[in-house]
Ligand binder design. Structure first.
Ligand SMILES: Cc1cc2nc3c(=O)[nH]c(=O)nc-3n(C[C@H](O)[C@H](O)[C@H](O)COP(=O)(O)O)c2cc1C
Length: 203
């Protein structure tokens, strides 16, 4: 197959649904830098994009909040990131389809619980829609009532300052009012799997 002249070719090895081949992959092939997966805007689907984004290894958090009627919500989120040190700002994003969205949208605060490598079960629990994700867990109410979980690597208690629309997600920016850290090993999420940061070698 002439990879450079086919506009619509079959899936490549990595399984990108519809692969559009153009000038860029031909140049890559000739320079031995062919990507495992190549998509451009006309062809990429959300699965291919999700696969590509999963190359970005992240930590794993459980973000929690408490609504005006004392309802507690929490979800596993790896979209957490730092924004600024001065002001101390962090962000994370929430799917518009998440059942917890109405409460996160009105909550005055949120807490970010950064999970340790022995908390993968907790990550799975908070990634599953359940009537009460906190049942049987040890937690206490932090600022604004946002649940603080035991056994984490770090916790950030934040005022829910800004909410931006971002495609099919809402982006929450919070101002950190309190944080704590422990000497524990972080849980990592990469290529769709939970891993321990302990298994990672220094380079
Ligand atoms: C590792 C991992 C990271 C996730 N990160 C996010 C995220 O950043 N934002 C999001 O909206 N959902 C994320 N999810 C999915 C939510 O955890 C899941 O949809 C959860 O059920 C939403 O909570 P809710 O059903 O109580 O609203 C992630 C799931 C996993 C396993």
């Amino acid at each position: 197959m002439d990879r450079g002249t086919n506009e619509r070719g079959p899936s490549n090895n990595a399984g990108c649904g519809v692969l559009v081949l153009g000038r860029e992959p031909r140049e890559h092939a000739m320079s031995q830098l062919a990507p495992a997966e190549y998509c451009r805007e006309e062809s990429f689907d959300s699965h291919a994009l999700r696969r590509a984004l999963s190359c970005f290894a992240t930590g794993v958090t459980v973000v929690t909040a408490c609504g005006p009627d004392d309802t507690r919500v929490g979800l596993t989120a790896n979209s957490f990131n730092s924004v600024s040190l001065d002001l101390p700002l962090v962000l994370w994003s929430l799917s518009l389809r998440a059942p917890s969205l109405p409460i996160f949208s009105v909550a005055s605060h949120f807490a970010v619980n950064v999970l340790a490598d022995d908390q993968a079960e907790l990550a799975r629990r908070f990634a599953t829609p359940l009537p009460d994700k906190f049942a049987g867990l040890t937690w206490r109410a932090g600022l604004g009532g946002a649940p603080i979980l035991d056994g984490c690597v770090a916790q950030f208690e934040c005022v829910n300052e800004i909410c931006h629309a971002g495609g099919d997600h809402l982006i929450f920016i919070g101002r950190v009012h309190r944080f704590r850290t422990w000497n524990r090993t972080p849980l990592v999420f990469c290529a769709g799997n939970f891993r321990s940061a302990a298994a990672m070698s220094k380079v």
